[in-house]
Design a protein around this ligand. Structure first.
Ligand code: GRF
Length: 219
């Protein structure tokens, strides 16, 4: 069906964002079909979630490939054989080659647990606390070759509490991710998003570099 968006989701672990996207697509009748869930880790719980939702799964274990390029080549072949037009990275813990990223430029999204462009990379919750940040959150962004540097579509923001630990922040941010990622998937599937250069347009309106803002005072 040409009016529905075919997607693949790439995971490495729990897949709670995958679950949130699947649930939102169903409950809100979003015109998006997840054709495939790929994991580089055979033990990823997200594979069980996908199977339960009736979605095809594939495991491509990076350790079986000589280098990143060969692994990414197999990934691309698998994705393309399922006719996926867009890719959602959801806790996929592999760095992708520039070639792979270019192939899906403007068609690949990721969720990162910080308010980008702040706190790129790992261990964001501990770093947010150590830096004394009063706001923290997550960002859904297009993927470009530079890590965590792609144009931001939507940021979910919460207030850091004095009592927060890296663990409590991680859980609170995770819940925010489960709201903002499905929202962006819905915008995309309804044809409301456009990327031109590094500028993201939502309903024809250019978003600021930090994307649309979703602040949850209760998160
Ligand atoms: C999330 O924290 C996300 O921000 C990061 O990986 C984690 C994935 O969690 N990119 P899950 O597998 O979706 O539960």
């Amino acid at each position: 069906m040409a009016d529905r968006l075919n997607a693949a989701v790439l995971i490495s672990g729990s897949g709670s964002n995958l679950q949130a996207i699947v649930d939102h697509i169903r409950s809100h009748d979003v015109p998006c079909d997840i054709q495939l869930v790929v994991s580089n880790n055979a033990a990823a719980y997200g594979l069980t979630r996908a199977a339960r939702a009736g979605i095809s799964t594939a495991v491509i274990d990076h350790r079986a490939y000589a280098d990143r390029a060969t692994f990414d080549g197999e990934l691309a072949r698998t994705i393309d054989s399922h006719d996926a037009e867009v890719l959602f990275l959801a806790g996929f813990m592999r760095i992708l080659t520039d070639e792979f990223v270019e192939r899906y430029r403007g068609r690949m999204l990721n969720v990162h647990p910080s308010l980008l462009p702040d706190l790129k990379g790992l261990d964001t919750h501990r770093r947010a606390i150590e830096a004394g940040h009063v706001s923290h959150g997550a960002s859904v962004h297009y993927v470009t070759p530079a890590l965590d540097d792609g144009p931001v579509i939507l940021r979910g923001r919460l207030d850091v509490a004095a009592s927060d630990t890296p663990q409590s922040l991680q859980q609170r941010v995770h819940r925010l991710e489960h709201r903002i990622y499905p929202q962006v998937v819905s915008w995309l599937a309804h044809g409301r998003l456009r990327l031109e250069g590094r500028t993201v347009y939502l309903d024809g309106r250019a978003l600021p570099g930090t994307g649309e803002d979703y602040y949850d005072p209760h998160a």
